[in-house]
Every structure is written in structure tokens, then in C-alpha cells.
Design a protein around this ligand. Structure first.
Ligand code: PBG
Length: 330
């Protein structure tokens, strides 16, 4: 018998919006979004970051304002980055209750309590004079010495009220050491979201302008991962899970959707994707030139990250995306 061509017509299920909606299975909600905030010393400062249009270095008073706006828009999570003009050789300067992030966390928690989940990025690169993520010996970042300052900084962050600690340095063995010290100091309920798979990426360029953390010499390739290696991430993630991390962060997001999808296939641990600064700025530049429809592209990007298997997304687009989600629900 000759089969009528074509028997299977997949377009039948795309015929109109109702039928398309019926089988939609990827969702994006505001509670998936984590908004990054750059915090600097001073008062009444709101300084736009040239390479990150519409993103600002904010003094703590202005952080309060943005937190109010986020809560109103029903964005529930933020991740904080310190901008520090004071720097030293090892980043020890951040290990104090008077350092910028502990001060900011205290203020945010005092004003907003559990209305916002406050995640603190834990790294030394904003605080070292050379811009590397740790303590140098022989012109290289020393793994074990760096972990000592990370442990100290983690304790000050937890003491200030941080809900989550997110180490982004890529030192080996730091998760277990940070877990140990947090537990010893009585913070056994504070989770660690580890940047487990963090690639040495040019997509971080605008961020380094934002916090003035570009390495003064060399690059970060001896600690961040090589994007030409397709297997190493399995080991990095397994190791962090073994060491007791509670969720993992994969970064950047867009050139690494394969990594997100493969981790999702293998592990049940929550995955957060970091839609990084360079990914954001490219969209902003494209929009400014009139090359793209920003709203549609942002939604397509965020959905693709969810479809790959991420549970949550750190993104500078969070506020815009929340507005788009509202518009789509109207
Ligand atoms: C700190 C850190 C970086 C980013 C997040 N945490 C920069 C880096 O590793 O150089 C990048 C985030 C972004 O590009 O948006 N180690």
C-alpha cells in the first residue's frame, strides 16, 4: 500500500496558539531569576557601568531602593558583588565586618528580612591589588593559601546574615573547607552554591570593568576551565557534590548549554546558570543598533537556559524579564 505523504504532520500541533500552549513544557517564572547587584562605598552613588548599559555600581542607600523595586516585581533572589577601592595582596581586606558586602548584607537583611534571598559571591578578585582570585606565590595563584582567605571571608559573610555563600574562585577543595568552617562557626544551615563549572571566558569582560578586577598580569586560565575540554566539567561537578555543595552554578550560560544539559542528565542537584555580563552586553548593543528585538531575544535566551535544564538563572536581564513575564500574562 502506498502511504499518503506525509502521514505525520507535526505542524498540526502548531496550528494555533491554544494547541501550542497545550504542549508547552518549559516554564520561566520570576522566582527563577537571580539579580546581580554591584555595591560600592559611599552615599547616593548610582554610577552606570559603561560596558553594562543600565547596570550600576550602587552605594548601600541605593541598594535599598533597588531591593524595594525587586520585591515589588516579585523577584526573590539577589547575588551581591563588592566594588572595592581598597585592595591588598591577598584579599584579606574583605575579611571584616566593615567590608562593603557584610555591611550591605546587614542593611538588606535589616530592611527586608526573608523577602529576598541574599546570595554572596565569594571571591578575592575584587579585593586583590593584582586582580587575581587568590594569593600569589611564584606568579601563580596558590590554591591552599587562597582557601584560607576564602574561609575567613565566608565566615564574615555568614555572620552578616548572608543566606547563601557562592564561591567563584575555582580553587580545588574549597567547598569542603568552606563547609567545615561554616559548620564550626555555627552556620550549618547556610547553603553553598558552588560555581562548579566556571570557564575561562571572554564573556566576563564587562563584569571586570564593573568591579575593577581585571588581572594586572596573565590570565585566569590556571584556575578557570578550558572551553576546549569537553569532559572536565563532570569531574569538577562530581567533586563539588562530594564536598557537600548544595547547588551548582554553571558559567557562562549560552555557549555552555551543552554542559547544563549533560549535567542535568547525570545529576539531580539544582543547577543555576549564570547568564554573564558579556552575554548581556551583546544584546544591549544589538538592541541599540536596532539589529534585534530585545524583548523577544531575552525571552528566547532565558527559555533556552531553562530548557537545557537549569533550575534558576543569574541574569542582568532579570528586571526586564519580570516585566515581560507580566506583559505576557496580561
Ligand atoms: C569573580 C566573578 C566573575 C564573575 C562572577 N564572579 C569574574 C571573573 O571570574 O573574572 C563574572 C560574571 C559576569 O561576567 O557577569 N570571580
Amino acid at each position: 500500500m502506498i502511504m499518503k505523504y506525509p502521514k505525520k504532520r507535526l505542524r498540526r500541533l502548531r496550528h494555533n496558539k491554544n494547541i501550542r500552549d497545550l504542549f508547552e513544557d518549559v516554564s520561566l517564572s520570576k522566582s527563577d531569576l537571580i539579580y546581580p547587584i554591584f555595591i560600592c562605598e559611599g552615599e547616593n552613588i548610582k554610577k552606570e557601568i559603561p560596558s553594562l548599559p543600565n547596570q550600576y555600581q550602587l552605594s548601600i542607600d541605593n541598594v535599598n531602593k533597588i531591593c524595594k523595586e525587586l520585591i515589588k516585581k516579585k523577584i526573590k533572589s539577589i547575588i551581591l558583588f563588592g566594588v572595592s577601592s581598597k585592595k591588598d595582596e591577598t584579599g584579606l581586606i574583605a575579611c571584616s565586618e566593615n567590608s562593603i558586602i557584610p555591611k550591605a548584607v546587614k542593611e538588606i537583611k535589616k530592611n527586608f528580612g526573608d523577602e529576598l534571598l541574599v546570595i554572596c559571591d565569594l571571591c578575592n578578585c575584587s579585593y586583590t591589588s593584582h586582580g587575581h582570585c587568590g594569593t600569589l606565590s611564584d606568579d601563580d595563584v596558590d590554591n591552599d593559601l587562597t582557601i584560607k582567605t576564602l574561609q575567613k571571608q565566608a565566615v564574615f559573610l555568614a555572620k552578616s546574615g548572608a543566606d547563601v555563600i557562592a564561591p567563584s574562585d575555582m580553587m580545588d577543595g574549597r567547598v569542603i573547607k568552606i563547609r567545615e568552617i561554616l559548620d564550626e562557626e555555627g552556620f550549618n544551615k547556610v547553603p553553598i552554591f558552588s560555581y562548579s563549572a566556571k570557564y575561562a571566558s571572554s564573556f566576563y569582560g564587562p563584569f571586570r570593568d564593573a568591579v575593577d578586577s581585571s588581572p594586572q598580569f596573565g590570565d585566569r586560565k590556571s584556575y578557570q576551565m578550558n572551553y576546549k575540554n569537553s569532559l572536565e566539567f563532570y569531574e569538577e561537578i562530581q567533586e563539588d557534590i562530594n564536598e557537600g555543595c548544595d547547588a551548582i552554578i554553571i558559567k557562562p550560560a549560552l555557549s555552555y548549554l551543552d554542559v547544563i544539559a549533560r549535567v542535568r542528565d547525570k545529576h539531580n542537584i539544582p543547577i543555576i546558570a549564570y547568564n554573564v555580563s558579556g552575554e548581556y552586553s551583546l544584546i544591549k548593543a544589538g538592541e541599540e543598533k536596532g539589529f534585534i528585538n530585545e524583548k523577544e531575544i531575552i525571552m528566547e535566551i532565558l527559555y533556552s537556559i531553562k530548557r537545557a535544564g537549569a533550575n534558576a538563572i543569574i541574569t542582568y536581564h532579570a528586571i526586564d524579564a519580570a516585566n515581560y513575564i507580566d506583559e505576557n500574562n496580561e
